[in-house]
Design a protein around this ligand. Structure first.
Ligand SMILES: Nc1ncnc2c1ncn2[C@@H]1O[C@H](COP(=O)(O)OP(=O)(O)OP(=O)(O)O)[C@@H](O)[C@H]1O
Ligand SMILES: [Mg+2]
Length: 330
């Protein structure tokens, strides 16, 4: 048996913009091993959500979307499965947590009945066992009065509480893979830490793999084994978390990291920013996607797309600066 749980191969996700098919995800390769936590970072509009939602075909409802490539989950290509098969996988072998909890919770059922259903259906528990486990999960996500919450409807709860219920639901079926897209952004810092701790525990105890999408580099440093940096639909750098923080190579990664106060900025100095903003899909540059904002870009960068090169074991960079030094292309 292979140790790879998810392998995305040359994934393109295209939407029609001004009568042309344009890629929001543009040739992404990504592999997650069993028990591995992979972080995905990048500014708004870099394709993190489109990429992660495509794994469970959550963009199929867009009237126009086109996929190319493969998404192999335990060896099966999810892009080729019928949607009813994908629904069976969702909430059982793969769970998702998104920023907006109401997309995952039913407004007409109590929190308890929704959580119990997951547990009876996927874990084979009886009613009593399911109730006990549901209350335990609610407690683990930091809900102060879980017995009471069990009886409530989602609309009776605050946004932060709804978020925690959704997290409890996603984790209670003990998935093999958790996809978490900015799962804690709406929560206050102490609760955020509690949720990250819960994810870490399930990873260590059950070997749950995680695809963790975030803007929070601190959370990446605390939780993830390795990191992919995305820019305009592409992975521009990937490495182990330690390597990426110690030796960021892509000018974009360097820019992202220098925006964190304690890394590379002296006290009292203003935070640097990456100049300019992420262009819309219709304005993606021809050559290196980052060239319009890169201080090091030259004519060659503007005209030709750089290859992804492995500069050290597991450390891959998509930038001409490293390609030219004759490093191995992947
Ligand atoms: N249905 C659609 N039609 C056209 N373009 C789309 C569609 N859905 C998403 N996009 C575009 O795809 C790009 C990637 O969006 P995505 O939501 O994946 O970014 P993101 O990295 O998750 O950003 P954020 O950090 O803000 O969540 C954006 O340019 C977005 O406008
Ligand atoms: Mg997003």
């Amino acid at each position: 048996m292979s140790d790879t749980i998810l392998e995305i191969k040359d994934l393109h996700v295209l939407f029609p913009v001004h009568k042309k098919w344009l890629p929001a995800v543009d040739g992404v390769n990504l592999k997650i091993e069993k028990g591995e936590i992979t972080g995905v970072v990048g500014e708004s509009g870099s394709g993190k959500s489109v990429m992660s939602q495509t794994i469970l075909r959550l963009r199929d409802h867009d009237t126009n979307v086109r996929y190319e490539g493969e998404i192999l989950f335990e060896g099966e290509d999810l892009l080729k499965q019928p949607l009813n098969k994908i629904r069976d996988i969702r909430g059982d072998r793969i769970s998702v947590i998104f920023q907006d909890p109401l997309t995952s919770l039913s407004p007409v059922h109590t929190v308890g009945s929704q959580l119990s259903e997951v547990l009876t259906l996927h874990k084979g528990l009886n009613k009593e066992q399911a109730k006990e486990k549901a209350i335990e999960m609610l407690k683990l996500t930091g809900i102060p009065n879980p017995e009471n919450c069990f009886k409530q409807y989602p609309y009776e709860l605050s946004g932060g509480m709804q978020q925690r219920v959704m997290i409890a639901m996603a984790l209670s079926c003990e998935p093999k893979l958790l996809i978490a897209d900015e799962p804690t952004t709406a929560l206050d810092v102490t609760i955020q830490e509690q949720i990250l701790q819960l994810i870490r525990e399930l990873n260590e105890k059950l070997g749950m793999s995680v695809l963790f999408i975030t803007h929070d580099m601190g959370a990446v440093a605390n939780l993830c084994h390795n990191v992919k940096v995305m820019y305009l639909g592409q992975v521009v750098e990937e490495a182990s978390t330690e390597e990426l923080f110690q030796n960021p190579l892509h000018p974009y990664t360097q820019g992202l990291l220098s925006c964190i106060p304690h890394l590379g900025v002296k006290k009292g100095e203003p935070l640097p920013v990456i100049e300019g903003s992420v262009p819309p899909l219709s304005k993606v540059p021809v050559g290196c996607h980052f060239c319009t904002r890169c201080k090091m870009a030259d004519q060659h960068c503007m005209e030709h797309e750089p290859p992804a090169c492995e500069v050290a074991p597991g450390h891959v960079v998509k930038c001409w600066k490293y390609a030219e030094s004759g490093k191995q292309e992947v």
